[in-house]
Design a protein around this ligand. Structure first.
Ligand SMILES: *C/C=C(C)/C=C/C=C(C)/C=C/C1=C(C)CCCC1(C)C
Length: 260
């Protein structure tokens, strides 16, 4: 079904090491986010639980992707040839379908908006995220017809732009009453979100640019993996800092017993 390119030993090793690095990042972040819940006020603990779920789910999927990648290649005369077993690229999209909505939940949860406002914003964000990923997948699975890849990519970009609009315009209006520290952390988080989420459509475009099957396969696999580490582990860390700043501002920061 999917046409895997043969890989030079160095190209194979690069993907192998990037996937391995990603698994390590996801699993260690999982432990960190769970432990860090004790360092923020009770109201912000759900946000850290969502961060942990995101990296836990992604860590699991990367283990599957890693296995599937290993099975899909076999060493022949010093280079890696497709073994005939398919490389399951759908794991990524299944992962995003679960983790992208959770990343948005994470952000709304840490802000601790009123229930009605938070809920209506989340419904819009989650529907747009599901549409973005659902419309992107047929394009991702398109290895030969680059026009169709571009068409699906363009359709998928419409809900993407809508998500950015909700986060900048609508969420921006909601957080006017927050402390200066929280507002500036929120701004940083949004910029990090744009910078990391923006890598996905750019990576998606690479095969269209005619850089060759091997190069674009290596670039797509490592591009998505690095973007996942930044968008899940790095972003989760920022959510933790927001939770700390908000706990400090509302006096709910857990006290250090030794100094009490
Ligand atoms: C942890 C995983 C994350 C944050 C994944 C985010 C994915 C995107 C923002 C994907 C966006 C796409 C487009 C905007 C157009 C082309 C197709 C996609 C699905 C790669």
């Amino acid at each position: 079904m999917n046409m895997l390119p043969g890989l030079a030993a160095s190209q194979y090793a690069l993907i192998y090491n990037v996937l391995s690095f990603t698994i390590a990042s996801m699993l260690s972040s999982f432990v960190f986010f769970l432990a860090a819940r004790q360092q923020v006020g009770v109201a912000y603990r759900p946000a850290l639980l969502f961060s942990a779920l995101v990296v836990g789910i992604a860590g699991y999927h990367y283990l599957r992707i890693f296995d599937s990648f290993n099975d899909a290649y076999t060493l022949v005369d010093g280079a890696y040839a497709p073994s005939g077993k398919p490389f399951n690229d759908a794991y990524r999209y299944v992962d995003w379908l679960l983790t992208v909505p959770l990343l948005l939940v994470e952000l709304v949860a840490v802000l601790h908006l009123s229930k009605a406002v938070g809920r209506s914003m989340l419904i819009k964000l989650i529907i747009a995220a599901v549409l973005m990923i659902g419309l992107g997948y047929p394009g991702e699975a398109e290895y030969t017809n680059m026009t169709m890849r571009a068409v699906w990519g363009t359709l998928s970009s419409i809900p993407f732009v809508y998500i950015l609009y909700v986060l900048w315009v609508q969420l921006g209006a909601q957080v006017k009453n927050e402390s200066a520290a929280v507002q500036s952390l929120l701004k940083t988080t949004r910029v990090v979100l744009l910078a990391t989420w923006g890598v996905y459509p750019i990576t998606f475009l690479l095969p269209i640019l005619g850089i060759g099957m091997e190069t674009s396969f290596v670039a797509v696999q490592s591009g998505y993996a690095f973007a996942d580490v930044a968008a899940k582990c790095g972003y989760g860390l920022l959510i933790f800092f927001i939770a700390r700043a908000k706990s400090e501002a509302d006096g709910s920061l857990p006290q250090d017993k030794a100094h009490a």
